[in-house]
Write a protein that binds this ligand. Structure first.
Ligand code: SF4
Length: 222
């Protein structure tokens, strides 16, 4: 059995980088340019496919707009209808409105991002509907040493044996500590998402063609 130490993690990192290309436009966050819009895009991506969240975000931009002023004032029903394709649209519309209102009332997300991780998390998590993954994905994009944990990252952590449960914090700690040589946790997360979509699928993982199959503890290959 492979030991999941730093040496192992470095080899995984090298292979993931070599075998997976992260093309611009693959992720909904690629369509957003500032932290407020990036948060919007991540909210839209909760519990849905990248394709649907991209479609919802594009429609939001075209039909309503993405400024805090517009979003705080647009009728809730119109916002719900516009982002419907992203699923959970009623919940997401309320969260977007709450975030927009916070910004209008003085929350400066650019300034907030200059603070430490704990403070940023506390502030954004106090907005109902914004969860840990949403905040952590934003933080990783802005260069913080933290990684968002989605369904792919959870499943792969369990298969790699780097975490024993699907507890969010445990899995996050495992990735951040094991891959502590990585200077871009956003990139690590995206590589893991693509690995999960293309190879390490929830049902019938394609281990025979997976780029890291010789390193994968699940296969118990040495
Ligand atoms: S070898 Fe199989 S279990 Fe391991 S990461 Fe690849 S697809 Fe997942």
């Amino acid at each position: 059995m492979h030991r999941r130490d730093k040496k192992w993690a470095r080899r995984v990192w090298e292979i993931l980088n070599r075998s997976i290309s992260l093309d611009q436009g693959q992720f909904v966050v690629d369509y957003a340019k500032d932290p407020f819009k990036i948060l919007l895009s991540i909210i839209l991506s909760q519990n849905t496919s990248e394709k649907n969240s991209i479609a919802a975000f594009k429609r939001l931009k075209e039909e309503i707009g993405t400024s805090p002023e517009i979003l705080a004032n647009v009728p809730l029903e119109k916002l719900e209808e516009t982002i419907r394709i992203s699923g959970l649209y009623k919940q997401k519309a309320k969260t977007i409105k709450r975030l927009a209102e916070e910004v209008l009332h003085g929350l400066d997300i650019n300034e907030l991002l200059t603070h430490d991780i704990k403070h940023i998390r506390q502030t954004l998590l106090s907005i109902e509907g914004i969860g840990k993954k949403t905040v952590d994905v934003l933080l990783a994009i802005y260069g913080k040493r933290i990684m968002g944990i989605d369904t792919h990252a959870k499943r792969i952590a369990i298969r790699w044996g780097i975490a024993k449960s699907s507890n969010y914090d445990e899995i996050q700690r495992a990735y951040v500590e094991l891959f502590d040589f990585v200077d871009n946790y956003d990139r690590l997360h995206k590589l893991i998402i693509i690995l999960g979509k293309k190879f390490c699928t929830s049902r019938k993982p394609k281990c025979d063609i997976c780029p890291i199959n010789t390193l994968c503890p699940k296969l118990n290959i040495e």
